[in-house]
Design a protein around this ligand. Sequence first.
Ligand code: ZN
Length: 138
Amino acid sequence: MKSFRKELWFNAPTRRAFINITPQIVQCLKESGIQEGFVLVNAMHITASVFINDDESGLHHDYNVWLEKLAPHEPVSFYHHNVGEDNADAHMKRQIMGREVMVAITNGKLDFGPWEQIFYGEFDGKRRKRVLVKIIGD
Ligand code: ZN
């Protein structure tokens, strides 16, 4: 069994962002040389997500509106967590959008369903943050 590990770094210029990281994961898969197995992709920060969905800008706008309704950033003082920081909403948005995804690898490719793409979801950006890519298989 082969094993491959890599950290991908991001620095979103905005507080919130959705970044399609599928090309980077495909590149990791090529570097690994693994043809059959699994890839795990997870955010290494508790105010960011990795999730799979459609690369469609209307949907991403809708996610932003929906998440802001569920866990509004303002008023910052509403949250007990916000003592000396202001990112309680980002922790909650991450909880809803998830920590990680796992994708099957078949014949050296990501075995996606229709329209599936992998995204990094940033909810407390403007700083460097990491995503872990771990691939195992043969
Ligand atoms: Zn916090």
